[in-house]
Design a protein around this ligand. Structure first.
Ligand code: FMN
Length: 324
């Protein structure tokens, strides 16, 4: 127990702070993390997509299986994530993760999916400080993994997170990740730098930025703007451009065209097939990935042509032939 590598934050700040792969449910799976790390590198750690506290839910076992150490081993420190609002459920998931050897757990209180928000989970809990407090009381129990929180600025209003700040500041929290949008915003508009600045100035814990980093130039701008930031989560930008973390670290552009995108996909497909994935399911997964990758390619026109072709595929063999 407790033998897996941990991701420590707070040592380096600004441009030198750790680069962390964001959790993207159904996308940044163990297969994806392995390929990303092996082929592209540049990351210091990853947060896994959420495990819900509802144990009878269809995806509970799947999510837990995906963080089994032998499956999750990518060479990157990995932090499991829990989604829920009931202290007991969170304790249960924390224990399951600790038994697998994890020493850290991240709490998702940013998810904006209406079904989840309605149950006051994800960003639905943000307007309810009492509920947040009950969970923060739970983490004081001896043996609880180091607890970090990933949140949005609020559900309806960006001031909701500021109202929670005194609770966070008095709790034994590892670090916080702020995606500066409200839940209601979903993914519209752009990350709200003013709200991030306001939260950063009042927090006593290391704070990590999450949102809209899709290029090296953007990273440079944000890290100059927020030199106190203790880490950077890269999400959709990496789906578009898998070398983004390495480009940031090495301070150079790495050529990435439709050919490189296909090579990446072929390796990813191989990884999924090795885990026994169904081929028709995998075809739609490859399309989902290419829908992102085409936006990050240097040759956008070439990628668009390829995309139009790939979208028409109905059989796995069509993709396999293209990627061969
Ligand atoms: C398809 C998708 C799935 C996501 N799944 C999760 C998740 O499981 N847990 C979580 O905390 N955030 C999740 N997020 C939010 C991301 O981790 C990240 O905070 C957000 O996308 C903003 O960062 P980005 O602009 O770099 O992608 C998800 C986002 C997307 C688009």
């Amino acid at each position: 127990m407790g033998n897996l590598p941990a991701l420590r934050l707070g040592g380096q700040r600004g441009a030198a702070a750790p680069l962390i792969l964001a959790p993207l449910e159904g996308i940044t799976t163990s297969c994806y993390r392995r390929v990303l790390q092996r082929r592209c590198g540049g990351f210091d750690g990853a947060i896994a997509p959420f495990i819900g506290t509802i144990r009878r839910a269809r995806r509970y076992d799947y999510h837990l299986r995906d963080i089994l150490p032998e499956r999750a081993a990518s060479g990157l420190p990995l932090i499991p994530q829990v989604l829920g609002a009931d202290p007991e459920g969170i304790r249960f998931v924390a224990r399951a993760c600790a038994e697998l050897g994890y020493t850290q757990l991240n709490w998702n209180i940013g998810c904006p999916i209406p079904n989840i928000v309605r149950k006051r989970r994800g960003s639905g809990i943000l307007p309810h400080p009492g509920m947040v407090e009950r969970v923060l009381d739970e983490i004081r129990a001896p043996g609880f993994p180091a607890f970090s929180v990933k949140l949005r600025t609020g559900l309806e209003e960006s001031t909701e997170s500021l109202e929670l700040q005194s609770l966070f500041n008095s709790a034994g929290i590892d670090f916080l990740v702020l995606h500066p949008r409200t839940g209601r915003q979903m993914y519209t508009g752009s990350a709200d730098r003013n709200s991030y600045a306001a939260f950063l100035s009042g927090t006593r814990h290391p704070l990590v930025w999450s949102g809209d980093i899709v290029s090296r130039a953007q990273f440079t701008e944000l890290s100059a703007l927020f030199p106190e930031t203790a880490g950077w989560l890269l999400g959709r930008g990496v789906l578009m451009r898998p070398f983004l973390a390495r480009e940031i670290r090495e301070r150079r552009d790495i050529p990435f065209g439709p050919g490189e995108a296909l090579e990446f996909l072929a390796e990813l497909a191989g990884e999924y097939l090795g885990c026994g994935s169904d081929r028709l399911w995998l075809l739609s997964k490859m399309k989902q990935h290419f829908a992102y990758l085409r936006k990050g390619c240097d040759d956008r026109d070439g990628a668009e042509l390829l995309w139009r072709r790939m979208r028409t595929f109905r059989r796995w063999e069509q993709f396999a032939e293209l990627a061969a």
